[in-house]
Ligand binder design. Sequence first.
Ligand code: ATP
Ligand code: MG
Ligand code: MG
Ligand code: MG
Length: 491
Amino acid sequence: MKSQDIASRWLDFFAKKDHSVVPSASLVSPDPSLLFTIAGMVPFIPYFLGQETPPYQRATTVQKCIRTADIEEVGKTVRHGTFFQMCGNFSFGDYFKEKAIPYAWELLTTPQDQGGFGLDPERLWVTVYEEDDEAERIWREKVGFPAERIQRLGKEDNYWHTGQPGPGGPDSEIFYDRGPEYGREGGPSADENRYMEIWNLVFMQYQLSEVNSQTDFTVTGELDHKNIDTGLGLERLAMILQGVENMYETDQVRPVLDRAAALAGKEYSSTEDATDPRYTDDVRLRMIADHIRSALMLITDGVVPGNEGGGYVLRRLIRRAVRAMRLMGVTDPVLPELLPVSRDAMKGTYPEVERDFDRIARIAYNEEKAFLRTIAAGTARMDSAVTAAKSAAHASAGEGATAGISGADAFELHDTYGFPIDLTLEMAEEAGVAVDQAGFRELMTEQRNRARQDAKSKKSGHVDSSAYRQLQAEGDTVFTGYTEHTTEARI
Ligand code: ATP
Ligand code: MG
Ligand code: MG
Ligand code: MG
């Protein structure tokens, strides 16, 4: 089943259960506390918080999402993309657990020729919050789900809240057993690679106060209007239904991977085994396919590369993809080769990627050109910093000290050559040396203070604050609102 067909089957199923079909919101978050839309529920936050009255009591969507917090997982796990689509069904004070759980079961296990996804029920596992007897009872009695494949977990795993006083509640997650060849037995609590999470059902049930952390909060009472918020990863289901090894091999992503492999003259081998010599290039190819698609979708939604916020995320995605291609020996521009392939894979669901492609391509190709110029200018300086770091490490090896690229070198790379610190960090890591980040930040702060001082003494309101903004982009902590606090910084 193609990704596009999964999306329409999802929407049809919930439309038949009286849900309003709502189009995906933009990747640029409609909620001001978030940079990007990180989950299907984000466009509905005002309804969940009781700030606005929803025009419907039930809704269903296939929402475009970006999760920069997952960037380091991309290509290494089988299931994390920076861009993905979250299928959701939502109840605003209407049905609750007694319907949400059976709906999920019906859709997943009804045979494909009868409108469902036809998953093998024997492969499914479920988790519930350890105190949520009601959810467990519904799974066992209404669904007839076997008790031995239900696991009860704590607040760390099965509780949702926003991190602020307000609504919260337990959740129940559905997992797919990929099979014994993928890891240890024992259910999702034993091995999250073998037992892949596919669907999260959140039961917004309580009013919370004194929310100090994921696990430390006070329940003050039941909500008058209880809500349902669910999210299923479309790519994860596609990977199961298409019989492929990971989400990067599904129909909307794989063509880019293949094109990248052909350009680099590499044979892609699907390995998940980090000790396999082919693993490094496999991870690169998966990461490239993911990042190219994310860049395409972000530019489509109006993001342009820049030094802060969403623009910086986009810049970083493009740079990581370009650098991964270079590490496989491709030094010519790659976006003109890869972006059109991603467009063709995505245009069935998102015709705007084709309609608007001239603009999208211009932005992306210019960004790559600028980056190639930056690399050309700074690589020699980077190499000498690495050499200096290595010989310093060698000299002090007897004393057991480790040396690295100095704060001053990192600062010069930033200030003179336009290397953002993360690029220096990544290149240093590849070369096997550390970077004195504290020293770098000190110099950045000094520079910022000097700029402020200058501005004051000139009594001018205008300061070149680009360095300051850069630091902010690297250091900001952004509230994700859905499951966790995350540092968007290190993406
Ligand atoms: P995981 O534990 O696998 O990281 P999660 O618990 O962070 O997933 P949720 O926040 O519960 O995920 O999101 C709901 C669903 O969205 C998940 O069950 C999964 O199917 C999908 N999903 C979440 N993050 C990603 C991602 N980075 N790429 C693809 N699908 C994702
Ligand atoms: Mg996650
Ligand atoms: Mg999870
Ligand atoms: Mg989850």
